[in-house]
Design a protein around this ligand. Structure first.
Ligand code: FVH
Length: 289
């Protein structure tokens, strides 16, 4: 639907960036924030400031929820189910997949048009070519809000299960934090001999940049389920490698706490007769009983 009026609930760093982008792309915006002072610059820039959530909803076709967490979302949406009727609600607040499903179930119970979203961008990226947002849940709700959502960045619809956008968000953030914590370990080790972390950052970027394309091979091997050690690195080889990293870290007086969980999985594979398997079969140990 073109020329929609959009209510933005939450004017933190992200809600503010989203509101500014919507104004820049010609959308009428109504804003609400718990701490009312944060709405003032937006009102000066052309948004309408609402004193209550209900007042913000009253004027809106689409409602973007950009609050802190699941609890704050439900605190403000639950009492206003009747007022939300007839509007498309898009929850961009970071939640877990099950929290997203729970809000979608609540919305369905009340006959609301609801889609869950996940923002794969920082506030400064909103509206730029590197901004990407994921959506899942009610396809009709997504289509109704699409024109608004595409102003924020690339919009990818993941499927009808409302938890899917959040699941991908959580999976990508998991990979990000594991990668970044690897850098922290490297910087901690190099710092022991006076190398600035800024120098190690450049080294790690170069090294990982060359290696990241290997992920495609790992992905294909995992999907094939064959784990061909002739093309990869087996468990015993990788155990020896990680063992050396742990010894080296400790030798420099640095904790190996970030590496030990991986070593534990490799030890278990070796102890159960899978020392000759490709080390990426660690993935088979991750599902919980
Ligand atoms: N900032 C980022 O880089 C990330 C990128 C990926 C997605 N996240 C998620 O976006 C949600 C909002 O994040 P944010 O950056 O805007 O966060 P803050 O600047 O901390 O603002 C939080 C807003 O939430 C309001 N708030 C908090 N608790 C409540 C509550 N109980 N009731 C009503 N509002 C609440 C807070 O209001 P105030 O403190 O100004 O009164 C802010 O408006 C978030 O899910 C990120 O994970 C951003």
């Amino acid at each position: 639907m073109p020329n929609q009026t959009v209510a933005v609930l939450g004017l933190g760093a992200m809600g503010s960036a989203i509101t500014a982008r919507l104004r820049d792309t010609g959308h009428a915006t109504v804003v609400w924030n718990r701490t009312a002072a944060k709405a003032a610059p937006h009102a000066e820039a052309g948004s309408t400031s609402a004193a209550t959530v209900a007042e913000a909803l009253a004027a809106a076709d689409t409602v973007l929820v950009v609050l802190f967490d699941h609890a704050s979302v439900r605190e403000h949406l639950d009492p206003l189910a009747a007022e939300l009727k007839g509007r498309t609600v898009v929850n961009l607040t970071t939640t877990t997949p099950d929290q997203a499903r729970s809000t979608a179930a609540w919305a369905a119970e009340h006959g609301l048009t609801y889609v869950d979203g996940a923002i794969m961008a920082t506030p400064d990226m909103i509206g730029t070519p590197v901004s990407r947002l994921l959506y899942s849940g009610d396809r009709a709700a997504y289509d109704a809000a699409r024109e608004v959502l595409e102003a924020l960045g690339a919009a990818d619809y993941e499927g009808e299960d409302a938890g899917l956008a959040s699941l991908k968000d959580m999976a990508l953030l998991t990979a990000m934090y594991q990668l970044f914590s690897g850098f922290l370990q490297a910087a901690a080790m190099m710092r022991t001999v006076g190398v600035p972390a800024a120098d190690t950052a450049g080294e790690v970027r170069g090294w990982l940049g060359a290696l990241l394309p290997h992920l495609d091979h790992f992905g294909a091997e995992i999907d094939r389920g064959g784990f061909d050690p002739a093309r990869g690195q087996d468990v015993e080889f990788t155990r020896a490698a990680i063992g050396s990293l742990i010894t080296a870290a400790r030798g420099q007086g640095v904790s190996a706490g970030l590496l030990e969980p991986l070593m534990h999985h490799l030890d278990e594979l070796a102890a159960t007769g899978r020392g000759g398997a490709d080390w990426i079969s660690v993935i088979d140990r991750l599902p919980m009983e």
